[in-house]
Design a binder for this molecule. Structure first.
Ligand code: TPP
Ligand code: SF4
Ligand code: MG
Length: 351
């Protein structure tokens, strides 16, 4: 359907954000995914989050790998920078782009095959190095694009569409992200936009490595009985630990909450994460506690969702490298190439 151009006309009464943009300004091409695919709902959530945050589309760089999930950046933010890379290589392309220009908002979109199999090493290193990005895995437990083979996130004992039982242990990318040092870790569900949109907004504003695993059922190959990534299964086993409201630094908190039911996490830039606790014993500032909670609930067959961990004082790769603030393409040749005397000095310091 890529040959069907989206009509440019839109209703003059569409709501506008602070920039005067409507949702249409955050959309992309018409999706070619299967009708009902969870990935399209994630696209809609990304569009909503960028609209609500009044982000200028040209400030976003959307980078992906290969898969149905990795095709989705074509369906949102038409006016943004985009790079559809190679299978499993999104994180390194994103890291390179981020190092060259730290002024953009980096949105990495990947799949469970893309990140948990061929790209597992890349996934691990981008998170442990603290690349400032929003890393979204659209997790359906299968290789959707290549017709439904089990991926590494498929649970042991779950059944394929043809009735084959998966004998391998699964990789939980959320557990890995926590262990690797990601400073914002969340899990959402494509069927719960009310939970997902604030998670994406908060991840965009987070100035460090933010990872969101979004369960996103594949209606063509993994939505049957016996699958643990189907719409029905995730709805029945969803254990939300909190509900998040994201409030920018400028906006006042206007909603009244019952004392004790809410935790307000102040971020470095003055923005606030208002966490409405669902699981009373859950603390989103406790990395070890989060790992423990996840393991215990996974053993009971539950799918834990919500904001699972956040570090309000994140550090990022640029800080570790002490890089210049300005994008490299704004530096002069003299600054980029200081000459042989400077090189000689560096070499001498290493002898
Ligand atoms: C190097 C390489 N190996 C294998 C493939 C074939 N391939 C294309 S997409 C894909 C898996 C996609 O699965 P996932 O990332 O989960 O995305 P989904 O389609 O499920 O959204 C594979 C194995 C490829 N394109 N490149
Ligand atoms: S094959 Fe699965 S993942 Fe791919 S578009 Fe269809 S429903 Fe979505
Ligand atoms: Mg997949």
């Amino acid at each position: 359907m890529t040959y069907i151009a989206k009509p440019k006309f839109h209703h003059p009464g569409l709501p506008k954000n602070a920039l005067g943009y409507t949702h249409r300004d955050y959309e992309g091409k018409i999706s070619t995914l299967c009708a009902g695919c969870g990935h399209d709902s994630i696209t809609a959530a990304i569009i909503e989050a960028c609209f609500e945050l009044s982000i200028e589309p040209h400030r976003v760089a959307k980078i992906s790998g290969i898969g149905c999930s990795s095709k989705t950046p074509d369906y949102f933010l038409n006016a943004s920078h985009g790079f559809n890379s190679v299978h499993g290589r999104m994180p390194s392309v994103l890291t390179g782009a981020n190092l060259a220009n730290r002024e953009l908002i980096y949105l990495g979109v990947s799949g469970d095959g893309d990140s948990a199999s061929i790209g597992l090493g890349q996934f691990a290193h981008a998170l442990r190095r603290g690349v400032n990005m929003v890393y979204i895995v659209e997790n359906n437990g299968v290789y959707g694009l290549t017709k439904g083979q089990f991926s590494a996130t498929a649970d042991r004992g779950s059944k394929s569409k043809r009735g084959v039982i998966n004998a391998d242990s699964s990789i939980d990318l959320v557990a890995m992200a926590l262990q690797l040092g990601a400073t914002f870790v969340a899990r959402g569900f494509s069927g719960d936009k009310i939970q997902l949109v604030p998670l994406i907004k908060a991840a965009i504003e987070h100035q460090g490595a933010a990872f969101i695993d979004v369960l996103s059922p594949c209606v063509a190959f993994n939505n049957h009985e016996g699958s643990t990534k189907s719409f029905d299964y995730v709805r029945e086993h969803n254990e939300a630990v909190n509900r998040l409201d994201f409030i920018t630094a400028r906006a006042p908190i206007t909603v009244a909450y019952e004392p004790g039911s809410v935790e307000i996490v102040e971020q470095h830039d003055g923005s606030r994460l208002v966490l409405k606790k669902v699981a009373a014993d859950y603390d989103a500032n406790d990395r070890l506690g989060a790992m423990n909670f996840l393991q215990r609930h996974a053993a009971m067959g539950q799918v834990v969702t919500g904001l699972l961990y956040v570090d309000p004082e994140p550090e990022d790769l640029h800080r570790h490298f002490n890089t210049v603030d300005a994008p490299l393409n704004t530096l002069s040749e003299k600054e980029l190439c200081p000459g042989s005397a400077a090189l000689e000095k560096i070499n001498a310091s290493l002898r």
